[in-house]
Design a protein around this ligand. Sequence first.
Ligand SMILES: C[S@@+](CC[C@H](N)C(=O)[O-])C[C@H]1O[C@@H](n2cnc3c(N)ncnc32)[C@H](O)[C@@H]1O
Ligand code: SF4
Length: 457
Amino acid sequence: MFEYYNCEWLLPEIMDVVRLFNAQDETFGHHFEYSAGNYFNCIEYGGNFYDYKNTVFTEDEIEFKRYAKRFAKLAFYNLLSNAKGVKMPYGALTGIRPTKLAYMEKEAGRDFKQLFDECGVDSQNTAHVERILQVQKPYYENKGGQDLFVSLPFCPTKCEYCSFITAPISATKKYLDDYVSCVEKELNSIEPILDNIKSIYIGGGTPFAVEERHLGRIYAAINALSLPKCEYTVEAGRPDTFTEEKLKLSKDFGVTRICINPQSFKDETLIKIGRKHTSADIYKAFDMSAKYGFDVNVDLIAGLADETIEDFALSLKKAIELDPANITVHTLSLKAGAKLKENCDRLYVDGIGEMIKLSRQMLTQAGYRPYYMYRQKYQAGGWENCGWAKPEKECVYNIDVMEEIADNVAVGANAISKKLFDGGERLERCASPKDIPTYIQKVDKIIADRNKLFGKD
Ligand SMILES: C[S@@+](CC[C@H](N)C(=O)[O-])C[C@H]1O[C@@H](n2cnc3c(N)ncnc32)[C@H](O)[C@@H]1O
Ligand code: SF4
């Protein structure tokens, strides 16, 4: 694909842009040069040569490399955008969350909108990011502290788009007793490192896929930590896993927020994506939960299995009618390890841009505000995942994790603890094994590593 290049460290950045245009199979040549503040990118493509020059004076090597990457990406973006007659929603921005880049620019005393404009970001999307920053303001000003995450990587079945390391619970339930014992052991060990917990999140997988007795043991171990009263979310998840007992148990242990994730309300789609639940199950889960007064997070995906704009709009309308605190609209993304990837190499979703724009319109009209967003590689049309909430119903955990503005004390398999240093400038992490038997085997080392990260070894 690259017949020649002279600067290897620019290639991963350039490839991110090439992938945006699904041009991985095309042939390019690239020559980069720098001289006295001038960055030259010469690209050979389709038998022609294209020269790009940008000028900026930098003070150190890190800044030089940052600009070199930015200009190389921009050169490829402009070339491919002109050649294919397509503009990407976030232009040449890849590899960094738009909100993070906006905060970085603001902190450097610059107007992020100017940079977004130079990078070819659509002005509506720049305004969207600005709106998110406004909604995040009180949370951002309250940065610091810690969130507690507990991982329950069990699911009823594997959804076709999901890359999550999970096997159907029928195959993994033999580990559950030992798994829960290890999580209890971890939770019992963390008291000395806890300081200013802002939220608790039990995530999956599908935490409600486990039996009541296992869920109850996890809740009890969290309870024993005597944490302050705070947002407490259980990513209960799949509507087919809801029971009265699990909901009551959750309420009794102080859970304040649960996730009921439809993804789509179209039964045909739910079958195609391997969800094994129906739209009736979604309503049933809402009905069952109503009396407990939880805030509810809802996940939808735009671009699923041949869905039209009308199909997506109907799902969104039905989600809004249920009046949850939060609706997150994901754009379908092709992930390594997902079944979807085995059947298709590239994602082409007709009307994906219209779906996202429509979601912004409908959610705004219904009184929701966008409050966190992120983008992933191989996302249909280069779009985004965006969380929307009713005013003051934002999920603190989602903001803290996306913006990396609090430490994360993470417990369980596939959990990544994170600690901020130097006022948030630097982040260190330690990760647990994804595989359940390996996690069980290594739990003592995981505890020791996390204690070390948090300075308690
Ligand atoms: C880690 S998953 C856990 C949610 C929970 N297990 C469930 O399925 O109900 C969080 C969300 O990410 C979204 N998601 C996962 N894989 C995706 C993909 N390939 N493309 C777009 N969204 C995806 C789904 O909306 C999902 O609800
Ligand atoms: S989307 Fe949720 S339920 Fe489906 S496999 Fe992934 S984590 Fe499990």
